[in-house]
Design a protein. Sequence first.
Length: 114
Amino acid sequence: VQLQASGGGLAQAGGSLRLSCAASGSIAGFNALAWYRQAPGKQRELVAIINHADDANYATSVKGRFTISRDNAKNVLYLQMNSLKPEDTALYYCSAIRIGTQDWGQGTQVTVSS
């Protein structure tokens, strides 16, 4: 499946952004869908993940501020980001995971100013 992430941009600290990840095919069959991010000079890290039963888990740094969700009818994955902090600045990637394979979107830039 091909993934197209969008919704990134510039936000002020304390603001909100919603990322979307549109899939070219059905997302219902994936074991999990996830958002990762990579800041300059840092390794890519898992931000949030949601499984086929809609159970979600979050990185400690975003828990309580970010919400991951999925719309299987539209084949779209979302990441609602509230109370943004400058340290949330990164390139955000969506990913679709099956046993043995992982597909990636192209990334969308999020920049949070203080």
